[in-house]
Design a protein around this ligand. Structure first.
Ligand SMILES: CC(C)(COP(=O)(O)OP(=O)(O)OC[C@H]1O[C@@H](n2cnc3c(N)ncnc32)[C@H](O)[C@@H]1OP(=O)(O)O)[C@@H](O)C(=O)NCCC(=O)NCCS
Length: 168
């Protein structure tokens, strides 16, 4: 299976709307059910400053996405970035998340020269926590009852990967 990583385009709106309508993706992220297609169109057409938004495609169709937010206008946070990712429910466990993570960390390390990449993940999201640990992220703390999800409050882990940890 060939996975092509490229920048997200406005024409990916339907694929991204589909990915973020998947039950497991909603469970693992801070998105609500019944997300609107228009919201994704707006996001893609009016990208937030400092956001690099990538998709992973199989047979030309985006099946996963990730983004990296940098803080170019905040001098004291210029060394840091935040990432988030999601893979279509039908495509999880097939290496898509790893391919996206490899690509976004290469951007962080080799092009933005970030010292620190951060993310938040639900504490019970085992596949995601394992993926992040595999790529050098460590748990820096827990935020108790951080978000409400499907009828209950859930904790999140703050995780980060320092470039120094990867041999820099
Ligand atoms: C978390 C997520 C992005 C991982 O993407 P993926 O394409 O499934 O990941 P990969 O197939 O590349 O697997 C990478 C690693 O994740 C872990 N992993 C993947 N699926 C797993 C599962 N079902 N159970 C436990 N670990 C799992 C493994 O450590 C795996 O590495 P390995 O194959 O070398 O053991 C994906 O499952 C997803 O989108 N989930 C729903 C949305 C979400 O939770 N996003 C993260 C928000 S913080």
């Amino acid at each position: 299976m060939e996975i092509i990583i490229r920048r997200a385009e406005v024409s990916d709106v339907d694929a991204l709307h589909t990915i973020f309508s998947q039950p497991r993706v909603i469970w693992g992220t801070l998105h609500l059910p019944f997300i609107s297609r228009e919201l994704w169109h707006h996001r893609l057409a009016n990208p937030t400053a400092g956001v690099t938004h990538l998709v992973a495609c199989v047979d030309g169709v985006p099946v996963g996405q990730c983004h990296l937010q940098t803080f170019d206008t905040r001098p004291r946070r210029k060394h840091a970035g935040e990432i988030g990712m999601a893979v279509h429910d039908d495509w999880q466990g097939k290496g898509i998340g790893s391919a996206l993570m490899t690509a976004i960390l290469a951007m962080a390390d080799n092009w933005f020269n970030l010292l620190r990449v951060e993310l938040d993940v639900f504490a019970d999201n085992e596949p995601a926590v394992r993926l992040y640990k595999k790529f050098g992220f460590t748990v820096e703390g827990t935020a108790k009852k951080y978000a409400f999800r499907d009828g209950e409050y859930v904790d999140i882990l703050h995780m980060a990967r320092l470039k120094a940890d990867s041999g820099w």
